[in-house]
Design a protein around this ligand. Structure first.
Ligand code: MG
Length: 327
């Protein structure tokens, strides 16, 4: 929510633990990223700790790592743990079309672009059990038996008992995971569903900080946690979340949507994770997604290369910034 995040940054100091980020940062050394993260977290505790304050801190943290990397002449992943891989498998991520025929066309298109995995989400999913099954079956039919097919329900299912029935029937189409069947606060429904089906549940794109992910794992019992580097607390916090997931025997697949900045930041996190399974590659044709930065992140044999230029390794297209600017 850009205008709200902007207010979190620009708000003048109210008192010691209720202060906008700008006044906490001006005059500081931008290369002391971890100390400044703590300073931002402590200075916003009365209105922060979760939600938009952490989103704003995440954006600043990514910018600080970009500065630190450019100053050092090294890519961010070398500063936060080193490069464990040079590329990573990508899954094409897009919205679920309205009809089975359109779903087949979309899956066929992204298969044709070299993706070995596709996620379809939101849109009509959740409106009716039969319609859900027809859409997912169409995706499986078009993608073939070896496609990894992620399904994102977008909070569309209502209660655990009904969801168990729907998920069991959907498992015939072999979803790779089922994502966000319930609103994010329904941890007990997540736990009930996770305990009743074999298909892994994925969730976490709304969670912020390591503490939220600990709750999602312990109480929600999801198998795949999905921190978003621009919301969960930034690059270092995502690495801590990935380490927690591994320790608890869960998988961590970052959520990533809509711009080349998040693509680059996510790729640096993925480069440094001990185990990295997939990169969520948003394929929307919007200007923000396709042209905000000059890099195009080509998919070759289903994989995307980790950026190696200093910092984030991407350059903004200032003309696109001007066109998309809202404040
Ligand atoms: Mg999602």
């Amino acid at each position: 929510m850009p205008s709200v995040a902007k207010a979190v940054i620009e708000a003048p100091p109210s008192h010691k633990i209720a202060t906008g980020l700008r006044s906490l940062l001006v005059g500081e050394d931008p290369q002391e990223v971890e100390r400044l993260w703590q300073k931002m977290y402590q200075g916003t505790i009365y209105f922060g700790r979760r939600g938009v304050a952490i989103h704003a801190i995440s954006g600043v943290e990514i910018a600080l790592w970009d500065i630190a990397g450019q100053a050092a002449g090294r890519p961010i992943h070398e500063l936060v743990g080193g490069r464990q891989r040079n590329s990573i498998r990508a899954y094409a991520s897009t919205l679920m079309p309205e009809t089975p025929d359109e779903t087949k066309r979309v899956v066929t298109r992204w298969r044709g672009e070299g993706f070995g995995a596709v996620k379809l989400g939101w849109g009509p999913l959740g409106r009716g059990a039969e319609a859900d099954l027809a859409l997912v079956a169409a995706a499986r039919e078009a993608g073939g038996p070896d496609l990894d097919l992620m399904i994102d329900i977008g909070f569309g299912w209502r209660d655990a008992a009904d969801a168990i029935e729907r998920a069991r029937r959907m498992s015939e189409s072999r979803p790779y995971w089922i994502e966000e069947p319930f609103p994010p606060d329904d941890y007990d429904s997540y736990a009930r569903l996770a305990g009743a089906i074999d298909v892994p549940l994925a969730a976490g794109e709304e969670e912020t900080t390591l503490d939220d992910f600990e709750r999602l794992i312990e109480r929600g019992r999801v198998g795949v946690v999905q921190p978003d580097v621009t919301r969960a607390g930034g690059i270092s916090e995502c690495l801590r979340i990935a380490a927690l997931a591994k320790k608890r025997g869960r998988r961590c697949v970052l959520h990533s949507w809509s711009t080349g900045i998040i693509k680059a930041a996510s790729l640096h996190v993925l480069a440094s994770m001990d185990e990295a399974e997939y990169f969520e590659y948003a394929v929307q044709s919007t200007e923000l997604n396709q042209r905000l930065v000059r890099e195009r992140f080509p998919v070759v044999d289903g994989e995307v290369k980790i950026p190696t230029a200093p910092g984030l390794g991407v350059e903004l297209d200032e003309e696109v910034v001007e066109r998309c600017r809202v404040a």
